[in-house]
Design a protein around this ligand. Sequence first.
Ligand code: 13P
Ligand code: SF4
Length: 299
Amino acid sequence: MSLVAEIAALKAERKAIILAHNYTVGEVQDIADFTGDSLELSRKAAECHAPVIVFCGVRFMAETAKILSPEAIVLHPAPDAGCPMADMADPADVRAWRDAHPGALIVAYVNTTAATKTAVDICCTSGNAERVIASIPPDREIMFLPDANLGANISKKLGRKMHLWPGCCPTHNAIAPERIAAARAAHPGAVVIIHPECPPATVDAADEALSTGGMLKFARESKATSFIVATEEGILHRLRKENPDKEFYPLAPSPRCPNMKKLSLENIRDSLRDLSPQVELDAETIRLARAPIDRMLAL
Ligand code: 13P
Ligand code: SF4
């Protein structure tokens, strides 16, 4: 039996749903029931009511699925697939900042650990960060964590001052503005879509800053037929599959998140067969971490 057939049989037996992030490898995206960005995947995890969720993404995303569907068995087939940015905001450091700034509001990018989410007020993703910040009264002091690039990009766009935690995504932070200029020279006339985890100077050199889900929507609806894609290369799979008549060019070299690539058909099959490794969070962490996620989803 092929791996794909084995996964399909185990999935039916376990009544499982497979959720995958847009950065996973194409063959993983192709066997998923739903592929999306962090916000879309959170919404799906909250509403799916499946007894088993196989989460194909990095650890904080699998934790978010467990927080939103605590009754479900949440499998994370590659338990060492973390997000280095999420590990840059330690919960004890966040609490220390909060204690030193009474009255301030802490906005946490969803790329944070469950433990850190217990210390914050509201979450956001790259798909709704502007909406979340715009909902906060103008006189309220804000700490945005852990992505200083995303924070700076929103701060500039909304003209809103915020304290920025000194964290970043190593994959996106390495994309310098010169790479956008080089891609434009190689593909004249192509529209440059970029992820807002890139440094502000790089975002300024691009045309549209969008979440991965936003990129898919933009490419689908745009009259343009060629695009330079300034984000992790996994997104190219869906962009090309869903828009066969359009051209999508990665940057050179192509940005890669090594952790997203740890999800494979083999470890998905093994996790469904063994019902392991599962995301385990204690009830108090789930209760406290759920509050800022629910505030975000309610907006
Ligand atoms: P999206 O929410 O845009 O998919 O981004 C998640 C992420 O980790 C980007 O690096
Ligand atoms: Fe984390 Fe960056 Fe990978 Fe996204 S691309 S999961 S922010 S390391």
